[in-house]
Each structure stands twice: as C-alpha cells, then as structure tokens.
Ligand binder design. Structure first.
Ligand SMILES: Cc1ncc(COP(=O)(O)O)c(C=O)c1O
Length: 478
C-alpha cells in the first residue's frame, strides 16, 4: 500500500509536506485506492516509508480526521471513515474522451482485422512453418557482428539505403518497375503507405475511387481521412474508370483483390492516360504479384509510364513474414522529400536491424529462392483446395479465377453467408466473408478461403467440416 502512496505523494508538488500528504490521502480515497473502513499504515510506518517526520504524518491524519475522511481508534489504528460513491455510468460517460472529427472517422471504419493463422481458412496467411529460419538467423548474426551499434541509433525516415537499393534492384528485375533506390521509401506496412498517402493527398470530402469489391484496408485508410470513396465496377479487363475526377485511385492490377482478375494491357494504358489528363494519382498495390502459379504476372503498371502518375507499393508481410513490419513504396522523384518529412512526423522510421537483415537476405539471393519454393508449395496447396471443391463442394461453392495469391475467393451458391460463417466459427472453422468487401448494395455472397498456410491434410480436414456445414438441411438463401 505504501508503494502506491509513494508514487502518489511524489506527484504532489504543491504546498508543504503536511499539505502534500493530505492531498495524497484525499486523492487515494477519492479514486477508490483506499476504501471505506480500510486500515491505514501506522504514522510511524508511513513516516519511515515516505521519509517524513512522524509529527508531519500525525498532523495530516488529524487534519483528515477533522475533515471526516479518517477516524482514529485508539490502540486499533487509523481507518477510512468516508464511503465514496462508486463512479456511476453517468459519470463514466461524462468522462468519455472527446475525440476529434478525424478520430471519430477512424473509429467509424471499424478498424482493420488480421485473422490468426495457421488456422483454416484464415485469408492472406503465408506458410511460416516453411520459413528459412537458419538462413535468417545466420544473416542476422552476421549483420549484428558487422554493423553493431550502427543500426542501433535513429535512421532515415525514407529507409536504410542498402534496403532501398535491394528493393529497387528486385523490383526492376522481377516487376519491371522503373526507379532508382532514392525513389524507394521503406515503411512498416502497405497500410502505413496508404495512411501516409491519405494524409498527404486528401482533404475531407475529396473523392477517391476504389475497386468494387475491394481491399478494406485501403477503404479504411481513405475513409479515416474523411474522403468520399466511390466504388468502380470491374469487367474482365479490370477496374473501369468512372465519370468525373478523383484525387486518388486505388488499383490492384497484378491480381485484383479479392477476385484474382489481372488488368489487361489496354486497360492499364487507359488508366495511365486518364491519370495524366486528370492530374490524379494512381496507387498501384502490387499485391500478391510474387505468387502467380500459371504465367508470370504482367509487369507493374508503374513501369509503363514515363511521366509517372503512379505510386506503386508492396509488402514483405506475405513474402517474408507479417511481424517483420516492412513494406515499400516507389514514388516519383518530386514526392520523395515531402513523403520522407511526413513519415518523420508519423513514427520516425522503420527499425534498422530488420531492414539491414532484410537487405542482406535480398542481396544474397535468398529472397528469390524463398519465393521460388513458396510458389511451388502454394501452387500445390491451391490445387489441393480446388480439387476438394470440385469433387466435394460444387453444389455450394464456385471458385473465382485462382491464378495466384494466398487465398481462393469462392462464390456461395446456396445458403446464408452470415449464418454459415457464424456456424462454422462454432466448429473452429474461420470463413472470411466476401460480401463485406463490397461497399455498395449489390454484394456477392462467398468466402476467401486461405490455403497457403495449410498442409494438404489440414485443407482436407477443413473441407470435411465445410461439407458437414453446407450439407445441413435448409439454409435460407441470401
Ligand atoms: C490487397 C492487400 N494489400 C496489402 C495487404 C497487407 O499488407 P500489410 O501487412 O503490409 O499492411 C493485404 C493483406 O491482406 C492485402 O490484401
């Protein structure tokens, strides 16, 4: 008890020692740290603990007794004599935080949720059990030995130069991105990239266009900035431009989230012309481009545009591991300095040691080999899930194009999505819903079935549960 007195007492700076002690005790009683009829330490004990004279403590106890807070019982000690009303819901409401308009907009998004994995069928999960831990550990030791305290101080908000270079090299070779290392900004996540762009480009009421259905993380970042989000329809070639203009357009050309459609070359060129004419920015989320299982994905949209109105971003969350918290964004030269300054206001910079390890991992060629292996593994798992659906689940599920990615979008052909999802959860099966990815009225029922983090055995037993769930009699259709 006296430890908390000590903390409270040291916070009191006004007045003499007796007055400070009185304030400490009044506050402890008001906050409920000292309750009705609770015994206080003896004046001798409290004086020793707080390094006060016993006379001061006696005087404070006497003062509070005269105020009605305490009662002294000769021979038994000093007790709290007042009963403080416990805070009612009204007072709790009164104390509720007064968030800003912006804060309320952030809360209204409902937040972004990441499902736990490996867990059937959590979406977007890489297979962490196949991660090359030995190589990562070796490089980590090597980096710590060679860089030591150089990676323990503050760093550049734009990222560690070696990682910016490694990312620029990787993107040029594998994604056809045209950039120098100076144009690469290293961030914590794609989500941070989207938030940074929203902060820098959007005023309340500005228009942003997003694919329908689309990635909720992007929608949340723009809604949180007070933007008006408009849904763009999709056809077989990708997102179709709306009429009017937008400050920002969010696109997933390599592999549309969540349907898997790849944007055609003609549509890419149409978007580039549109952005030039409108003086707008295209945000290219180069999401899942590393995991294509049939042909190589088309090069990044960014690489097609000489006068670049494209900001291209991607993440190591899926290609390495999510808790690494490293992602990248390639920006035109005129945006580098302002975005770096803005990032310094947000959170300074990403941790240096993981950046240095990641740079070496890329430069020594381990990233490329890891991706090759994962591509094979994920492809076989996708095939396993497709085969399960074809042989056992066709009356209920229809897969959407599945040329890449870590999850498979399926349409639900009969049954109620929300009801079935809740039932599945009861039996330990996660079914990430498709319909909430639609912002408009017309929604497709279905699920995003994550397969990459599941072994074939785990896929089969999860499908067993799905068959049992779906073959229950009479689900009302949505
Ligand atoms: C389209 C898309 N972009 C980005 C991300 C996440 O990236 P990060 O973890 O870097 O925010 C996801 C995650 O599932 C995603 O689906």
């Amino acid at each position: 008890m006296t430890t908390s007195f000590l903390a409270l007492f040291s916070h009191q700076t006004q007045g003499g020692l007796r007055e400070r002690l009185c304030n400490t005790l009044r506050q402890a009683i008001a906050n409920g740290h000292l309750r009705h009829e609770q015994k206080l330490p003896s004046s001798r004990q409290l004086a020793t603990d707080l390094s006060l004279s016993r006379v001061t403590v006696e005087a404070a106890y006497a003062q509070l007794e005269s105020e009605g807070y305490l009662q002294r019982h000769g021979g038994r000690g000093t007790f709290v004599s007042i009963r403080m009303a416990s805070p009612t819901s009204k007072t709790r409401t009164e104390r509720s935080p007064h968030f800003s308009q912006r804060g309320l907009q952030v809360l209204a998004t409902g937040g972004c949720q990441d499902l736990p994995f490996p867990h059937a069928f959590a979406a977007g999960s890489p297979e962490l059990r196949a991660f090359p831990h030995t190589q990562w550990r070796r490089i980590s030791n090597q980096v710590q030995r060679s860089l030591g305290s150089k990676v323990m101080g503050y760093g550049d908000p734009l990222g560690l130069p070696s990682l910016r270079q490694a990312v620029a090299d990787y993107l040029a070779l594998s994604r056809g991105v045209h950039c120098t290392a100076e144009q690469v900004v290293i961030l914590t996540s794609s989500q941070q990239a989207l938030q940074l762009l929203a902060l820098m480009f959007l005023d309340a009421g500005d228009e942003v266009w997003l694919e329908e259905p689309g990635y909720p993380g992007a929608r949340n970042a723009f809604l949180a900035a007070g933007a008006r989000c408009r849904a763009m329809p999709l056809d077989a070639e990708g997102a179709v431009p709306l009429s009017g203009s937008a400050k920002l357009v969010y696109l997933t050309p390599a592999h549309h989230y969540p349907t898997g459609t790849a944007m055609s070359l003609a549509r890419r060129l149409q978007w580039l012309t549109w952005a030039r004419q409108q003086d707008s920015w295209l945000i290219e989320d180069d999401y899942d481009s590393e995991f294509h299982y049939e042909d190589r994905p088309a090069p990044a949209l960014q690489g097609l545009a000489a006068d670049c109105r494209v900001i291209c971003l991607g993440t190591f969350s899926k290609t390495l591991f999510p808790s690494l918290r490293l992602a990248w964004m390639v920006v035109p030269p005129q945006l580098v300095e302002p975005l770096g300054r803005a990032r310094s206001v947000m959170d300074g910079h990403s941790a240096l040691l993981p950046q240095a390890i990641c740079a070496e991992f890329l430069q020594q060629g381990h990233f490329a080999s890891h991706l090759r292996l994962m591509r094979q593994l994920y492809r076989s798992r996708r095939d396993c899930l497709l085969q399960q659906i074809e042989t056992r689940l066709t009356p209920w599920l229809e897969p959407l194009p599945a040329a890449g990615g870590l999850q498979l979008a399926v349409r639900l052909l009969q049954g109620d999505e929300a009801h079935l999802t809740a039932e599945a959860k009861e039996s330990g099966l996660l079914l990430p819903r498709l319909s909430p990815l639609y912002a408009g009225e017309v929604q497709q029922a279905g699920w995003l079935l994550g397969f990459a983090a599941l072994t074939p055995g785990e896929i089969v037993s999860a499908c067993d549960k799905l068959v049992t769930l779906l073959s229950q009699p009479a689900q009302s259709s949505r």
